[in-house]
Design a protein around this ligand. Structure first.
Ligand code: ATP
Ligand code: MG
Length: 259
């Protein structure tokens, strides 16, 4: 755990989160049930679970974009009831604006916060350098490859300097090589900026490469099936016996074999 510039540690608490959606025919569907866990410090927490078990809904609730039907989310003891500037979110679709240059895309959130132009330029440049896109600052986003666009989305979220970064399957559209590279970038960035990260992924391998802790959700309604500390030394090697063993364990939990 790295603490930079005397920053105090972030604490995120999920307490008994439940969510029901109205199906439109007067019936309710239960999507999340009694989800509780906490993130104490600048850790990377991976969320794994079957498709449709409520992972995106859970991230949206953490982000304050959606209200839970029951329970609450606390960030440093304060209930989250609306989107907080202390959180950044990266979606699977990076949603860069094609008519803007890369640096303009990264600066957009800063502009919306009323940050003056010069400071916007400096901050955006700093984060473009951090993700290795400094040479593409004036390219249009449609000129970038998928991996570069995803890096620009990471730079955009980081430029707002959130305490907590929420990522919803951010790398699933990338080829394995680009994906491995961007995973390494995320680890380097996390070490440098000491951010807490909640990462939803379908890839057990990705979760094990990146995470300090794993939350395994059951099928819908998603509830916490297992909380696992990933105590594999870094840098992690996908072929290391300990890594492979852990992968088997997590897959067994996901497939319902291990109770
Ligand atoms: N706004 C909504 N209104 C009604 N139902 C919704 C709404 N949002 C999500 N759902 C339902 O909630 C369930 C969980 O959706 P969610 O997107 O959170 O799952 P997920 O775990 O992220 O799935 P995936 O792994 O496929 O991305 C689904 O059955 C979905 O149809
Ligand atoms: Mg989802």
């Amino acid at each position: 755990m790295v603490l930079l510039e005397g920053k105090r540690q972030m604490k995120l608490e999920l307490k008994g989160i439940g969510k029901e959606f109205d199906q439109g025919n007067g019936k309710q569907v239960s999507v999340l049930k009694d989800v509780s866990f906490q993130i104490d410090g600048e850790l990377i927490v991976g969320i794994l679970g079957p498709s449709g078990c409520g992972k995106t809904t859970l991230l949206r609730i953490i982000a304050g974009l959606e209200r839970p039907t029951s329970g609450e989310v606390l960030l440093d003891g304060e209930p989250i009831v609306k989107p907080s500037p202390r959180m950044g979110m990266i979606f699977q679709e990076h949603a860069l604006l094609p008519w803007l240059s890369v640096i303009e895309n990264v600066s957009l959130g800063l502009e919306m916060r009323g940050i003056p132009a010069r400071q916007r330029q400096e901050t955006a440049t700093k984060y473009l350098e951090l993700v290795g896109l400094q040479d593409c600052a004036s390219s249009r986003s449609y000129e970038l490859s998928g991996g570069m666009r995803q890096k620009a989305a990471v730079a955009r979220a980081l430029s707002l300097e959130p305490s907590l970064l929420l990522m919803d399957e951010p790398f699933s559209a990338l080829d394995p090589q680009t994906r491995a590279q961007i995973q390494a970038d995320i680890l380097r960035i996390q070490e440098k900026t000491a951010k807490a990260i909640v990462l939803v992924t379908h890839s057990v391998e990705e979760a094990l490469i990146l995470s300090d802790e794993l939350v395994i959700l059951s099928s819908r309604p998603g509830s916490v099936k297992e909380l696992i500390k990933v105590e594999i030394e870094r840098p992690r090697d996908r072929m290391n016996p300990q890594f492979l063993e852990m992968r088997e364990t997590v897959l067994a939990y996901l497939n319902g074999g291990k109770q």
